[in-house]
Design a protein around this ligand. Structure first.
Ligand SMILES: NC(=O)c1ccc[n+]([C@@H]2O[C@H](COP(=O)([O-])OP(=O)(O)OC[C@H]3O[C@@H](n4cnc5c(N)ncnc54)[C@H](O)[C@@H]3O)[C@@H](O)[C@H]2O)c1
Length: 415
């Protein structure tokens, strides 16, 4: 088969690779010419995709900015961003742009699958009408399905191959084609009755995480007041073999998914006059975390008779999660902005993030970041971080990830 992939980011590029590694020809389209050019040079910009893997399928994968390349594809998968507007409402701009461009080259017999996370109804109500501008009828002249991406960047135990893939087709024939397509790269494909349950299942998964993270974050804030170690509480509760699923507190949610997707559902729910209070409350609690963490830093400095203003603070880990350099919605940046506004002198260490343009900062080696620091704040603990080195290297340490557990030191404050 020849597969087209629209949007070659965290989702699209691994997808492209999976199909190419199965021997299919893949035509990738990305509106960012730098990304397309990097791929053409065989250079990866996504941590999970090594340049060696790219080199191995170089003759199978082409990348460009022109949708015309998709005209002779059997299937086209769309993995463009679905962000929020400034007012925190769904921004379907990238999807509209992709759908409109695709309509211009759509051919009879093609299968189009939307992978981007979005509210239920997007495929049928928004994507299909755009594609039908081509003059072809969805379900009759071409097939349409929705299949949510479940990739977890940085994860190696669950990959595209062994993570079940949910698929909902516009018609039975659409579903059959999409199931056959994904069976090429996934061991288990889970059909559902249409695009809407598939769209909503992804939102359920993300809201589930958001709500549970908010719950344990709220508990962490309470534990701080009560003088109870929240990590000890979570560790203890997690010994229950059934009916409990562990979630850890942290500095707040980051990435393209959890801070964004629940708002897609809340927005759509308003159309039906049905409040989604859990969803919105979870978002609010999680958004409060960076501010709470800044207060922990201020208190830790205060205990050393220091103010935030004028203190040198080393931020350890600035991406939103361990093992990746993704800065989108990263709580570290929110914490840094607030500390900066209070007059702190900031430095950071994160080997996944070479520079932070907004702060005019560059990644420093750990020992340089800790040099003369009044406080080190562990926001994201990447694999291999020398945690004992951090504890030994700063007069005050604020650990927002619980990674200093087991290290006895009076100058460590844990979330
Ligand atoms: N990153 C994740 O962990 C993850 C996991 C599951 C689902 N998702 C969802 O998948 C979708 C894509 O996320 P991502 O993380 O891959 O985003 P990304 O920003 O990493 O990649 C999207 C790519 O699409 C390109 N693009 C934007 N508009 C385009 C257009 N009109 N035509 C062609 N290319 C265009 C961008 O240049 C970018 O390279 C989102 O809906 C997201 O919610 C992401």
């Amino acid at each position: 088969m020849k597969i087209g992939i629209v949007g070659l980011g965290y989702v699209g590029l691994p997808l492209a690779l999976a199909f190419a590694e199965e021997g299919h020809t893949v035509a990738g389209v990305d509106s960012d010419p730098r990304r397309a050019a990097a791929l053409e040079r065989g250079e990866s910009y996504i941590e999970d995709v090594s340049s060696e893997r790219l080199a191995a399928i170089a003759d199978k994968l082409s990348a460009g900015t022109r949708y015309a390349e998709l005209a002779d594809c059997d299937a086209v998968l769309i993995a463009v961003p679905t962000p929020l507007t400034r007012n925190r409402e769904p921004d379907l701009g990238p999807l509209v742009s992709a759908g409109t461009s695709l309509a211009g080259v759509l051919r009879e017999g093609q299968l189009v699958v939307l992978e981007s996370t979005t509210y239920p109804g997007t495929t049928r109500e928004r994507l299909v009408p755009m594609l039908e501008e081509s003059g072809l009828a969805a379900g009759r002249d071409f097939n349409v399905a929705f299949s949510p991406e479940r990739i977890d960047p940085g994860r190696t135990d669950y990959t595209m191959r062994n993570t079940p893939k949910i698929v909902g087709g516009l018609t039975d024939a659409c579903l059959d084609r999409a199931v056959a397509l994904y069976s090429e790269v996934c061991d288990r494909v889970v059909p559902v009755s249409g695009p809407e349950p598939a769209e909503l299942s992804k939102l359920l998964e993300n809201v589930f995480r958001s709500v549970n993270i908010a719950l344990v974050n709220e508990l962490a804030m309470l534990c701080e007041r009560m003088g109870i170690d929240v990590w000890e509480v979570v560790d203890a509760a997690a010994t229950k073999p059934y009916g409990f699923m562990r979630f850890d507190p942290g500095p707040g949610m980051g990435g393209h998914c959890l801070p964004v997707d629940p708002f897609y559902l809340a927005w759509k729910a308003r159309e039906y006059g049905q409040p989604t209070e859990f969803v919105e409350l979870a978002g609010e609690v999680n958004q409060r975390m960076p501010e709470f963490c800044v207060e922990l830093v201020a208190t830790a400095l205060n205990d050393h008779s220091k103010s935030v203003r004028g203190s040198r603070i080393a931020i350890i880990g600035v991406s939103y999660k361990q093992g990746v350099g993704d800065l989108r919605e990263s709580p570290a940046l929110k914490i840094m902005r607030q500390l900066d506004a209070r007059g702190a002198e900031l430095v950071y260490h994160d080997d996944f993030v070479p520079g932070l343009i907004d702060f005019e900062l560059e990644n420093l080696p750990l020992d340089e970041a800790l040099e003369n620091a009044d406080c080190a704040v562990i926001v994201t603990a990447h694999p291999g971080l020398d945690i004992e080195g951090v504890v030994a290297g700063a007069p005050s340490v604020v650990d927002l990830r619980g990674v200093t557990r087991g290290i006895e030191s009076p100058h460590v404050v844990r979330l």
